[in-house]
Design a protein around this ligand. Sequence first.
Ligand code: ZN
Length: 149
Amino acid sequence: MSDLRDLYQEVILDHNRSPRNFGSLNDADRHADGHNPLCGDRLAIAVKVVDGVVADLRFEGSGCAISKASASLMTEAVKGKTVDEFHRLFERFHGLVTDENVPANDADLGKLAVFAGVRDYPARVKCAILAWHTLRSVFDDTQEVVSTE
Ligand code: ZN
């Protein structure tokens, strides 16, 4: 089990060091900002949707390793998926990080399963979920800054 924990940490550290899909997206048609006041994490996500599919997305911002790694892994997982698929993935990820009855080794979540470890640390759950709430707000067309509080 400790090997698995090390592996999880390695994935998070890797995505924190070299986040994927990081930067601005010139032809984005939707944007949202997210803020986690508890930790100070700030994210801006830009998305290009074509025919109901997330054709491209990028994020910018600054925050702790968990919030950054979560945003990075989320962009990898969501790119190429439909908006409906994103909403289903959101529910699964939300369950993974908040519900101790959800199996921590959900194979469908792939690398996202590394975040099962945060359910033991309620303060870090908000770091892990920030990018997901922010991206969801992109599709809700809300204009306000998303806050985890
Ligand atoms: Zn954080």
